[in-house]
Design a protein around this ligand. Structure first.
Ligand code: 16G
Length: 247
């Protein structure tokens, strides 16, 4: 299984767990250990490299925390798929983001309801509480794998033409542009750690004890009016966000 005992240099100043971590990352990068495949057990690694189980565990724990490996209860440790790395400086949509990555975008519509705008929704969308909003719930998929659960609220008076179309596997932003002539111009977004409910976790195919990223966004058109308030749960094991900064 493993052959190279010289991988770990016990007289080096570099901690042993760190050398093992580097070795594991190399196995993944050079394709010897493949995505979604099981890796050797702690016992096998400790015997192979003649290092303690504690040291092996430390290396593996760190890699699990970094999202490079993941554990399946009662089965072992596996190589994770690389996370989707999402830039935050450009206003984009899910469909374009996935296509740009060579992934197949998809969505399942779980609900489209017309409801009166309540407190927070009315406030975010600049509506009177008696005005109607369309509540749209969608599970977003990439290569048929669930990535996010999006709960959007849109002002009915502005977006009603899209209700004549099926949103299944369609881009909302494209329909807003084509059918409603709405030109999205900017968005304000917050990201925080949260837990989804058990129902949502099931849809996302994650353990309910796993934290998710809660993202709230208000999207504005070129006139400055808000047209979308979205609350989404993004899978924290499949997403990371990048921000570019300047002085
Ligand atoms: C993104 C947006 C969401 C928007 C959707 C439209 C975030 C956190 N959310 O997922 O607000 O509704 O794109 O995508 O980025 P679509 O045009 O593919 O339907």
């Amino acid at each position: 299984l493993l052959s190279n005992k010289n991988v770990i240099n016990k007289s080096s100043a570099v901690p042993i767990y760190y050398q093992l971590k580097k070795y594991i990352i190399e196995q993944i990068e050079n394709g010897s250990w493949k995505q979604e495949e099981i890796i050797p057990s702690e016992r096998e690694l400790s015997e192979e490299f003649e290092i303690s189980r504690m040291t092996v565990r430390q290396a593996i724990n760190e890699l699990v925390n970094e999202g490079i490996l993941y554990r399946k209860r009662g089965m072992g440790t596996f190589v994770a798929k690389p996370k989707v790395d999402q830039g935050l400086s450009k206003l984009t949509n899910f469909t374009t983001d996935m296509l740009n990555r060579g992934m197949k975008p998809g969505s399942k519509v779980l609900g489209t309801t017309i409801i009166p705008a309540s407190g927070k929704i009315a406030e975010k969308l600049n509506l009177n509480p008696d005005e109607e909003v369309v509540e749209l719930i969608r599970l977003r998929l990439a290569d048929d794998e669930p990535m996010a659960l999006e709960h959007s609220f849109l002002p009915h008076k502005k977006i009603y033409p899209i209700l004549n179309h099926s949103l299944e596997n369609k881009s909302l932003y494209e329909l807003l542009k084509k059918e409603c002539n709405l030109h999205l111009a900017s968005a304000k977004q917050t990201i925080e750690i949260s837990y989804s409910g058990p129902k949502e976790a099931k849809l996302l195919e994650i353990d309910p004890d796993t934290p998710v990223l809660l993202i709230e966004r208000v999207t504005y058109i070129d006139t400055g009016e808000p047209v979308e308030f979205v609350k989404s749960f993004y899978r924290a094991d499949r997403y990371k966000f990048s921000i570019e900064m300047r002085v």
